[in-house]
Write a protein of this length. Structure first.
Length: 533
């Protein structure tokens, strides 16, 4: 492999430094707690008590987080009602991201002022691996319940003239009805599903329902009598009152389209980035990059590119994902990548699978010359971020895709394998660990330390890359790789060089360059090169 020029010598590209960071992770409410957990080789995974996961069968990572810890900071800037709105309208993803962002700003004197000074030249890129699944589930459940009650009301003979004719006179509808649920055994799934289909059929044929809908639409057509905002709001209130009166007069359940909380809209993928801009009062670009388990690397790349292009001087980058979700855990288990024993499966050992976690990780990165001229001290430098697609398999990574990302990252950073003191692998505790070790063989030297931390913090979907990258930076700064919490004797026997893997004791680092590999579902690879300050 050729030896490119040093990144410091590339004067046409601003150097990118890290000036603040915050984490919300299992066992770690902030970066100081994360550093302490890692230094002692601890872990924060525990068996889930949720009944739908067979209590005790699945180890997960629940983040250490309380939003009210940040209430004072927010109240000082926006007042107490702002906190109340965040608590009532924002789900875990937004709250986690806000907490991590406040940590990042509060931990570095002068950083908040710099962000506000830059305004449009501060960008925000905070993404999610899976989005706010709990909020989506609440909306879906509310809609399903309301639809069932709605159809049952309008399907009844009292509110469907065609049904009355069928029941009392035997008049057959133009289309044959579905199976009558009364013909099926009680308390069975078949009868439950048949009841829903039966009610939906007759509700769709209700002339009375069509009359209701015509009245509802007429109310919706009521508009403001002027263009000012107060008149518009008064018109909305008038329509709401008229709708409620109509429902009361008819005696029907609330319509399904009134059953879903608008919180579903307030918690879509870009909401964390948007809320951060509102919290800080900045007007730069703000959106949500999504790259599955590589999302932190993708967000970091977006911020790095904005700084290098001159469009931004600072960028707030990161990820946020909800607390361990039962449906997602079930999907992982059915994909055969999450064991159901209740025990923690460590990377590089039995290869039985990984463990879901929730939380957030946010960094503030910036143009090093601009930041340091203002007295901001770097926590480290981002020397390279490279992204590549696997183009082979949705879960099992090939060697060619990740190697492209690693090679380009090394070239961009101006390093060779001999410079790498530490490499942290994606290492999900599956057979993919062995593939990763093979694919990085050409990019490390015998003294490079290898870490994998999903046995300590779990697989935070989008967050793992950020937590683990933060761990790399912390280890580089102190000159030693923190223990990964696994016993050396448990390392899989097929691993050729088990001594390179950091197990239950810390390992000194020979140098200040660290590499982080992130492998996302769908074959999205991110490779990041960090350098200690």
């Amino acid at each position: 492999m050729s030896t490119p020029s040093s990144p410091v010598a590339r004067a046409d590209r601003p150097r990118v430094g890290i000036y603040g960071w915050g984490v919300v992770a299992p066992g770690a409410r902030d970066v100081a707690a994360l550093a302490a957990l890692l230094k002692r080789g601890g872990g924060a995974l525990a068996a889930s008590p949720r009944p739908e996961l067979g209590p005790g069968l699945f180890a997960v990572g629940d983040p250490d987080f309380t939003f009210t810890d940040y209430a004072g900071w927010i109240t000082e800037r926006h007042g107490a009602p702002y906190v109340s709105r965040m608590l009532s309208k924002m789900g875990d993803n937004v709250q986690f991201a806000i907490g991590a962002t406040i940590q990042a700003l509060a931990g570095t004197p002068g950083l908040e002022a710099a962000v506000k000074e830059l305004d449009e030249q501060c960008h925000v890129y905070v993404g999610s691996g899976v989005g706010d699944l709990p909020e989506s589930y609440r909306a879906s459940a509310a809609l399903a319940r309301a639809t069932r009650a709605w159809n049952h009301f309008w399907a009844s003979a009292a509110h469907c003239s065609e049904r009355r004719a069928f029941d009392t006179e035997g008049v057959a509808p133009s289309e044959p009805p579905p199976v009558d649920p009364a013909t099926l055994p009680v308390d069975t799934e078949a009868r439950f599903d048949a009841s829903a289909a039966w009610d939906a059929f007759w509700a769709s044929r209700s002339a009375e329902l069509r009359g209701f809908l015509a009245q509802f639409a007429a109310i919706e057509g009521l508009s403001a009598d002027s263009t000012d905002e107060d008149a518009h709001l008064n018109a909305i209130r008038k329509r709401i009152r008229a709708h409620r009166k109509l429902v009361d007069e008819v005696g029907c359940p609330p319509p399904p389209w009134t059953a879903v909380s608008p919180n579903l809209l307030w918690n879509i993928q870009n909401s964390a980035s948007a809320q951060i801009t509102m919290l800080l009062g900045v007007h730069g670009e703000a959106w949500a990059p999504v790259g599955a388990c590589s999302t932190f690397g993708v967000a970091l790349r977006c911020g790095r590119d904005a700084i290098r292009s001159g469009e931004a001087k600072l960028a707030i980058v990161g990820t946020s994902d909800p607390r361990p979700d039962a449906a997602l855990a079930a999907a992982f288990h059915q994909a055969r990548v999450m064991p159901g024993t209740g025990d923690v499966n460590m990377p590089f050992t039995s290869l039985r699978g990984t463990h879901l976690s929730g939380g957030a990780c946010v960094w503030v990165i910036g143009d090093a010359a601009w930041c340091e001229a203002r007295g901001l001290t770097p926590l480290g430098y981002v020397d390279a971020v490279a992204i590549a697609s696997d183009a082979e398999h949705i879960i099992t990574p090939s060697k060619t895709g990740p190697r492209r990302a690693i090679a380009r990252a090394y070239d961009e950073a101006g390093i060779t394998r001999d410079d790498v003191a530490l490499i942290d692998l994606h290492a999900t505790g599956t057979p993919g660990d062995l593939n990763e070790l093979h694919l990085v063989e050409d990019y490390v030297h015998p003294g490079t330390r290898v870490t994998g931390r999903k046995g300590q913090l779990g697989h935070g979907m989008a967050n793992s890359g950020g937590w683990e990258l933060t761990a790399v930076a912390l280890d580089l700064a102190r000159g030693a790789a923190s223990p990964c919490g696994l016993a050396a004797a448990d390392i899989h026997p097929s691993i050729a060089n088990p001594g390179a893997i950091v197990a239950d004791t810390e390992a000194p680092l020979a140098g200040g360059v660290g590499v982080k590999l992130m492998l996302g579902v769908g074959g999205i690879t991110a490779c990041v090169v960090l350098r200690k300050p």
